[in-house]
Ligand binder design. Structure first.
Ligand SMILES: C[S@@+](CC[C@H](N)C(=O)[O-])C[C@H]1O[C@@H](n2cnc3c(N)ncnc32)[C@H](O)[C@@H]1O
Length: 269
Protein backbone atom coordinates (compact mmCIF):
# COMPACT_ATOMS: atom_id res chain seq x y z
CA UNK A 1 0.00 0.00 0.00
CA UNK A 2 1.35 3.46 -0.86
CA UNK A 3 2.19 5.46 2.27
CA UNK A 4 -0.08 8.45 2.88
CA UNK A 5 -3.69 9.40 2.19
CA UNK A 6 -5.60 10.64 -0.84
CA UNK A 7 -6.18 14.37 -0.54
CA UNK A 8 -7.69 17.08 -2.76
CA UNK A 9 -6.15 17.08 -6.23
CA UNK A 10 -6.36 20.82 -6.88
CA UNK A 11 -3.78 22.10 -9.32
CA UNK A 12 -3.37 24.81 -11.95
CA UNK A 13 -1.22 25.35 -15.02
CA UNK A 14 1.93 27.31 -14.27
CA UNK A 15 1.31 27.56 -10.54
CA UNK A 16 4.68 25.92 -9.79
CA UNK A 17 6.80 28.16 -12.06
CA UNK A 18 8.55 29.81 -9.09
CA UNK A 19 9.80 26.60 -7.52
CA UNK A 20 10.66 25.11 -10.93
CA UNK A 21 12.83 28.13 -11.70
CA UNK A 22 14.74 27.52 -8.46
CA UNK A 23 14.92 23.77 -9.13
CA UNK A 24 16.76 24.48 -12.39
CA UNK A 25 19.69 25.82 -10.36
CA UNK A 26 20.23 22.67 -8.27
CA UNK A 27 23.92 21.70 -8.85
CA UNK A 28 23.29 17.94 -8.73
CA UNK A 29 21.05 18.26 -11.75
CA UNK A 30 23.96 19.27 -13.94
CA UNK A 31 26.29 16.54 -12.72
CA UNK A 32 23.90 13.59 -12.28
CA UNK A 33 24.78 10.48 -14.28
CA UNK A 34 21.11 9.59 -14.38
CA UNK A 35 18.94 12.75 -14.30
CA UNK A 36 15.76 11.14 -12.99
CA UNK A 37 13.32 13.55 -11.35
CA UNK A 38 10.11 12.81 -9.47
CA UNK A 39 6.91 14.77 -9.02
CA UNK A 40 5.20 13.29 -5.98
CA UNK A 41 1.50 14.13 -5.57
CA UNK A 42 1.01 15.81 -8.94
CA UNK A 43 -2.75 16.07 -8.46
CA UNK A 44 -5.75 15.84 -10.76
CA UNK A 45 -3.98 16.80 -13.99
CA UNK A 46 -0.78 16.01 -15.87
CA UNK A 47 -0.01 19.65 -16.52
CA UNK A 48 2.37 20.55 -13.65
CA UNK A 49 4.62 17.45 -13.97
CA UNK A 50 4.94 18.09 -17.72
CA UNK A 51 5.78 21.75 -17.12
CA UNK A 52 8.31 20.61 -14.51
CA UNK A 53 10.19 18.26 -16.83
CA UNK A 54 10.10 20.81 -19.66
CA UNK A 55 11.77 23.37 -17.37
CA UNK A 56 14.28 20.85 -16.05
CA UNK A 57 15.21 19.88 -19.62
CA UNK A 58 16.40 23.42 -20.23
CA UNK A 59 19.26 22.43 -17.92
CA UNK A 60 19.35 18.66 -18.55
CA UNK A 61 17.82 17.82 -21.92
CA UNK A 62 18.10 14.10 -21.10
CA UNK A 63 16.08 14.29 -17.85
CA UNK A 64 13.20 11.86 -17.28
CA UNK A 65 10.29 12.18 -14.89
CA UNK A 66 8.21 9.77 -12.87
CA UNK A 67 5.04 11.23 -11.42
CA UNK A 68 3.71 9.42 -8.35
CA UNK A 69 0.14 9.74 -7.13
CA UNK A 70 -1.51 7.96 -4.27
CA UNK A 71 -4.86 8.12 -6.04
CA UNK A 72 -5.09 5.35 -8.71
CA UNK A 73 -7.74 7.32 -10.63
CA UNK A 74 -5.32 10.24 -11.00
CA UNK A 75 -2.63 7.88 -12.28
CA UNK A 76 -5.06 6.55 -14.91
CA UNK A 77 -6.29 10.00 -15.90
CA UNK A 78 -2.77 11.46 -16.20
CA UNK A 79 -1.77 8.56 -18.47
CA UNK A 80 -4.93 9.13 -20.53
CA UNK A 81 -4.13 12.84 -20.78
CA UNK A 82 -0.70 12.11 -22.26
CA UNK A 83 -2.28 9.68 -24.72
CA UNK A 84 -4.81 12.34 -25.77
CA UNK A 85 -2.07 14.92 -26.27
CA UNK A 86 -0.06 12.41 -28.33
CA UNK A 87 -3.06 11.82 -30.62
CA UNK A 88 -3.34 15.58 -31.04
CA UNK A 89 0.34 15.70 -32.08
CA UNK A 90 1.91 16.73 -28.77
CA UNK A 91 4.20 13.88 -27.85
CA UNK A 92 5.62 14.00 -24.32
CA UNK A 93 8.47 11.53 -23.95
CA UNK A 94 10.38 10.40 -20.88
CA UNK A 95 7.41 10.91 -18.56
CA UNK A 96 5.54 8.12 -16.77
CA UNK A 97 2.86 8.16 -14.10
CA UNK A 98 2.80 5.53 -11.37
CA UNK A 99 0.95 4.67 -8.20
CA UNK A 100 3.02 5.56 -5.14
CA UNK A 101 3.17 7.40 -1.85
CA UNK A 102 5.88 8.86 0.38
CA UNK A 103 7.87 5.64 0.06
CA UNK A 104 8.60 6.82 -3.53
CA UNK A 105 8.75 3.40 -5.20
CA UNK A 106 11.38 3.92 -7.89
CA UNK A 107 12.36 1.01 -10.12
CA UNK A 108 14.98 -1.28 -8.52
CA UNK A 109 18.43 0.27 -8.41
CA UNK A 110 17.23 3.78 -9.36
CA UNK A 111 17.65 6.99 -7.35
CA UNK A 112 16.22 10.43 -8.07
CA UNK A 113 18.27 13.59 -8.35
CA UNK A 114 15.23 15.65 -7.44
CA UNK A 115 11.84 15.08 -5.89
CA UNK A 116 9.31 17.88 -6.00
CA UNK A 117 6.41 17.41 -3.57
CA UNK A 118 4.25 20.48 -3.77
CA UNK A 119 0.98 21.17 -1.96
CA UNK A 120 1.01 17.58 -0.73
CA UNK A 121 1.96 17.78 2.97
CA UNK A 122 -0.20 20.88 3.38
CA UNK A 123 -3.16 18.58 3.94
CA UNK A 124 -1.38 16.44 6.56
CA UNK A 125 -0.49 17.06 10.21
CA UNK A 126 2.84 18.55 11.26
CA UNK A 127 3.63 15.26 13.02
CA UNK A 128 3.48 13.44 9.67
CA UNK A 129 6.32 15.49 8.17
CA UNK A 130 9.44 13.64 9.45
CA UNK A 131 8.29 10.24 8.23
CA UNK A 132 7.16 11.62 4.88
CA UNK A 133 10.52 13.36 4.40
CA UNK A 134 12.37 10.18 5.41
CA UNK A 135 10.51 8.14 2.79
CA UNK A 136 11.22 10.59 -0.01
CA UNK A 137 14.83 11.34 0.98
CA UNK A 138 15.61 7.60 0.98
CA UNK A 139 14.86 7.65 -2.77
CA UNK A 140 17.39 10.42 -3.46
CA UNK A 141 20.80 10.11 -5.02
CA UNK A 142 23.69 11.38 -2.89
CA UNK A 143 23.61 14.83 -4.51
CA UNK A 144 19.83 14.85 -4.80
CA UNK A 145 17.24 17.13 -3.23
CA UNK A 146 13.68 16.94 -2.02
CA UNK A 147 11.87 20.22 -2.66
CA UNK A 148 8.82 20.23 -0.42
CA UNK A 149 6.56 23.23 -0.30
CA UNK A 150 3.34 25.05 -0.83
CA UNK A 151 1.92 27.84 -2.96
CA UNK A 152 -1.32 29.70 -3.53
CA UNK A 153 -3.77 28.70 -6.27
CA UNK A 154 -2.02 30.59 -9.05
CA UNK A 155 1.54 30.54 -7.77
CA UNK A 156 2.03 34.16 -6.74
CA UNK A 157 3.14 33.15 -3.25
CA UNK A 158 5.32 30.10 -2.93
CA UNK A 159 7.61 28.66 -0.26
CA UNK A 160 9.67 25.50 -0.01
CA UNK A 161 12.23 23.63 2.02
CA UNK A 162 15.19 21.91 0.33
CA UNK A 163 16.03 18.62 2.04
CA UNK A 164 19.06 16.51 1.10
CA UNK A 165 20.25 13.17 2.48
CA UNK A 166 22.13 15.26 5.10
CA UNK A 167 18.91 16.90 6.31
CA UNK A 168 17.03 20.14 5.60
CA UNK A 169 19.28 22.81 4.04
CA UNK A 170 17.26 25.93 3.28
CA UNK A 171 13.93 27.70 3.19
CA UNK A 172 12.95 29.75 0.14
CA UNK A 173 10.17 32.29 -0.28
CA UNK A 174 9.22 33.49 -3.75
CA UNK A 175 6.68 36.27 -4.17
CA UNK A 176 5.07 38.17 -7.00
CA UNK A 177 6.22 41.63 -6.10
CA UNK A 178 3.70 43.77 -7.99
CA UNK A 179 1.13 45.01 -5.52
CA UNK A 180 2.80 43.09 -2.68
CA UNK A 181 1.52 44.55 0.55
CA UNK A 182 3.60 42.65 3.12
CA UNK A 183 6.01 39.74 2.45
CA UNK A 184 4.63 37.97 5.51
CA UNK A 185 1.71 36.99 3.26
CA UNK A 186 4.00 33.97 2.77
CA UNK A 187 3.28 32.89 6.35
CA UNK A 188 -0.06 31.44 5.19
CA UNK A 189 1.76 29.27 2.66
CA UNK A 190 4.71 28.01 4.64
CA UNK A 191 5.64 24.31 4.37
CA UNK A 192 3.84 22.18 6.94
CA UNK A 193 6.98 21.89 9.08
CA UNK A 194 6.86 25.67 9.68
CA UNK A 195 3.32 26.88 9.18
CA UNK A 196 2.25 26.38 12.78
CA UNK A 197 5.51 27.92 14.05
CA UNK A 198 4.88 31.50 13.03
CA UNK A 199 4.40 32.42 16.68
CA UNK A 200 6.33 34.43 19.26
CA UNK A 201 9.51 32.63 20.34
CA UNK A 202 10.12 30.84 17.02
CA UNK A 203 12.78 32.03 14.59
CA UNK A 204 10.47 31.83 11.58
CA UNK A 205 8.27 34.42 13.33
CA UNK A 206 11.25 36.67 14.01
CA UNK A 207 12.22 36.32 10.34
CA UNK A 208 8.74 37.29 9.11
CA UNK A 209 8.59 40.32 11.40
CA UNK A 210 12.06 41.44 10.30
CA UNK A 211 11.19 40.91 6.62
CA UNK A 212 8.03 43.03 6.87
CA UNK A 213 10.00 45.72 8.68
CA UNK A 214 12.72 45.82 5.99
CA UNK A 215 10.08 45.93 3.23
CA UNK A 216 8.38 48.84 4.98
CA UNK A 217 11.68 50.67 5.48
CA UNK A 218 12.32 50.53 1.74
CA UNK A 219 8.86 51.75 0.73
CA UNK A 220 10.33 54.95 -0.76
CA UNK A 221 12.10 52.78 -3.39
CA UNK A 222 8.69 51.81 -4.80
CA UNK A 223 8.92 54.72 -7.18
CA UNK A 224 11.82 52.85 -8.87
CA UNK A 225 9.80 49.61 -8.95
CA UNK A 226 9.01 46.74 -6.64
CA UNK A 227 12.10 44.77 -7.72
CA UNK A 228 14.47 47.45 -6.46
CA UNK A 229 12.51 47.62 -3.23
CA UNK A 230 12.75 43.83 -2.79
CA UNK A 231 16.47 43.69 -3.56
CA UNK A 232 17.08 46.40 -0.94
CA UNK A 233 14.88 44.45 1.48
CA UNK A 234 16.93 41.28 1.03
CA UNK A 235 20.17 43.24 1.37
CA UNK A 236 18.89 44.64 4.67
CA UNK A 237 18.00 41.15 5.85
CA UNK A 238 21.53 40.02 5.05
CA UNK A 239 23.00 43.03 6.83
CA UNK A 240 20.80 42.17 9.83
CA UNK A 241 22.59 38.83 10.06
CA UNK A 242 20.14 36.50 8.32
CA UNK A 243 22.16 33.86 6.39
CA UNK A 244 20.73 34.72 3.00
CA UNK A 245 21.87 32.73 -0.05
CA UNK A 246 22.62 33.72 -3.64
CA UNK A 247 22.65 37.24 -5.00
CA UNK A 248 20.76 39.84 -6.92
CA UNK A 249 19.96 37.59 -9.89
CA UNK A 250 17.79 35.44 -7.66
CA UNK A 251 16.51 38.28 -5.48
CA UNK A 252 15.27 40.14 -8.56
CA UNK A 253 12.85 37.23 -9.09
CA UNK A 254 11.18 37.99 -5.77
CA UNK A 255 13.07 35.22 -4.01
CA UNK A 256 14.82 34.95 -0.69
CA UNK A 257 16.56 31.74 0.41
CA UNK A 258 18.24 31.26 3.75
CA UNK A 259 19.86 28.58 5.86
CA UNK A 260 17.44 26.17 7.42
CA UNK A 261 19.25 26.44 10.74
CA UNK A 262 18.24 30.10 11.01
CA UNK A 263 14.50 29.38 10.96
CA UNK A 264 14.21 25.74 12.08
CA UNK A 265 11.51 25.12 14.69
CA UNK A 266 12.92 25.31 18.22
CA UNK A 267 12.30 21.63 18.94
CA UNK A 268 13.28 20.39 15.48
CA UNK A 269 15.35 17.23 15.73
C1 LIG B 1 -3.28 19.66 -3.87
S1 LIG B 1 -2.69 18.39 -4.95
C2 LIG B 1 -1.20 19.11 -5.51
C3 LIG B 1 -1.02 18.97 -6.98
C4 LIG B 1 0.24 19.62 -7.53
N1 LIG B 1 1.43 19.07 -6.91
C5 LIG B 1 0.22 21.11 -7.35
O1 LIG B 1 0.91 21.64 -6.47
O2 LIG B 1 -0.50 21.79 -8.08
C6 LIG B 1 -2.13 17.15 -3.78
C7 LIG B 1 -2.03 15.76 -4.40
O3 LIG B 1 -1.16 14.98 -3.60
C8 LIG B 1 -1.64 13.65 -3.60
N2 LIG B 1 -1.07 12.97 -2.43
C9 LIG B 1 -1.38 13.14 -1.14
N3 LIG B 1 -0.61 12.35 -0.35
C10 LIG B 1 0.21 11.69 -1.18
C11 LIG B 1 1.24 10.73 -0.97
N4 LIG B 1 1.54 10.32 0.26
N5 LIG B 1 1.87 10.23 -2.04
C12 LIG B 1 1.54 10.62 -3.30
N6 LIG B 1 0.57 11.52 -3.57
C13 LIG B 1 -0.08 12.06 -2.52
C14 LIG B 1 -3.14 13.81 -3.53
O4 LIG B 1 -3.80 12.64 -3.95
C15 LIG B 1 -3.37 15.02 -4.44
O5 LIG B 1 -3.66 14.61 -5.74
Amino acid sequence: MPIGAITRGTTNPNRLRRVDRWAQTWPGLRTADDPLVVDLGYGAKAVTPVEFIERIRKVRPDARLIGFEIDPERVASARAELATWAKAGRLVTGVTFELGGFETPLPAGKKAVMIRAFNVLRQYDEADVPEAWRGMVAALAEDGVLIEGTCDEIGRVSTWVAVTPSGPQSLSLSLKLDALDEPSIAAERLPKVLIHRNVEGENIHRFMVDLDRAWKTHAPLSSFGSIQRWVATVETMKANGWPVHAGRTRWRLGEITLDWAAIAPRDFD
